[in-house]
Design a protein around this ligand. Sequence first.
Ligand code: ZN
Length: 400
Amino acid sequence: MKIEDRFLNYVKFDTQSDENSTSTPSTMKQKKLAAYLVNELHEMGIKNAVMNEFGEVYARLEANCPGMDRIGFIAHMDTSPDASGADIHPRIVHDYDGADIWLNESVVLSPKEYDNLLNHLHEDLIVTDGTTLLGADDKAGIAIIMNFVETLLSHPNMLHGDIGIAFTCDEEVGRGAENFDFDTFGCDYAYTVDGGDIHVIAYENFNAYEAIVNIQGKSIHPGSAKGKMINAALVGIEFNQCLNPLETPQTTSGYEGFHHLVDFHGQCEQAVLTYILRDHDESKLMKKIEDFKIVEEYLNKKYGYEMIHIDFVEQYKNMRSYIEKDMRCVEKAQRALNQCSLDYYTEAIRGGTDGAVLTYQGLNCPNLGTGGENFHGKYEYVSIQNMEKMVEVLLNIVSE
Ligand SMILES: [Zn+2]
């Protein structure tokens, strides 16, 4: 099947995940796509394809050549809660000429704003109608993996080792690796096919903590508050003002870490500030935690009681230090890109990936691109030729 047809079939499914849900998967509609993919794999001849109780899809291609690495490929089925993923009306812009693309009468996708468009001149781009996201993140990854599987099955002379396929749920709400079934997957290493630029092999991401700052104020009727009231919400503002303003997402890039206030609610009696702390360098992240503790101590001393208590929760780690112990997965990907005449470069992800979580659980898992851009919103698009190229890259990865 042509990769664009496959992709356009997948984006018909609304698979938006929900960060406020406690069920697994977070939205049951993800299972509809999972069932469709299992069926598609069965029709291709992969009878072992299954959906498990968590809505995850697993499938295996048996090796046709002994002694080769067991390699896995992973993509996620859900789309971001940041924008609607229902009733997507995609459109193909053929032979893109570098001009503005009007998604509808009032929404324009312009290279002046999104200069990544200029990397895709003369390619065919799938865009939205300006009202929803597209879902290239990560249905482009699924389409690439499916066409890769189809190509292998129709070319039995292509030699490969065991290949594991996994399509996961809830990546966008940080729960994609929660129930990962390593035994069924059964691979030496794997790749998430979930990035943008197809030249990038990413095996470095943030170390991540959450800091929950609990503030206990002293509430009293404002009419008789003089000298007695301590307003927790105001102390929350004071707490934030003690932090370095040059260490925020809006003031950092590349390898610079940050603290980011993601939620603040409170009144006079109580206030809670939730921050995420991020840094590629673990020791620098520990320094950020130390800074928070210094502010905690300072304010507790200033107000004369234990008014602030901070809980620190580790969220994920940088996969680099794990992957560096066995670089086979990165070297294979580098060679595979070169074989397709693509330069490669590495990029430190300013976030986390499911692959990072899998990596420190023992399955090295760098991230590869899909040819999609501007994820999580209405300006999202994907290049059909880039998706096709990535099918070739995956084929090169599994062949010796
Ligand atoms: Zn993604």
